[in-house]
Design a protein around this ligand. Structure first.
Ligand code: SF4
Length: 113
């Protein structure tokens, strides 16, 4: 099994090595010690574990960034909606005030005539 994991790592298939049990390796070094070809298996496993951790962190960071971007977009849309609603309320209030003013002016003209 260590040799299969090493072959996967050497071919760049870190996920394949992980499926073969890379995460179960405690790094005891026994496989490197008994390897008749002196393949630095433990070094390969440590490298692969580090790479997998880095890839996982990068993926988590990318997901967090994506989530932040989505939340920012939602906030911007909500703020635009709120701003539009506020402007509509102000326009309605101004129109009502103008109508009241016109009524008062008309009443004054009637009273003075
Ligand atoms: S380093 Fe130890 S635990 Fe890891 S694969 Fe080799 S023998 Fe197994």
């Amino acid at each position: 099994m260590p040799l299969d994991m090493a072959a996967s790592i050497r071919s760049g298939d870190l996920k394949g090595a992980s499926k073969l049990g890379l995460s179960d390796c405690v790094g005891c070094g026994a496989c490197s010690y008994i390897c008749p070809s002196s393949i630095p298996l433990t070094h390969l496993f440590n490298y692969a574990k580090g790479e997998l951790i880095l890839q996982d962190k990068a993926r988590q960071k990318m997901e967090a960034t994506k989530l932040l971007a989505q939340r920012r977009e939602q906030r911007m849309e909500r703020e635009a909606r709120d701003r539009e609603a506020l402007m509509a309320a102000r326009r309605a209030a101004a129109a009502e005030k103008k109508a009241q003013q016109a009524e008062q002016d008309a009443a004054k003209q009637e009273a003075s005539a």
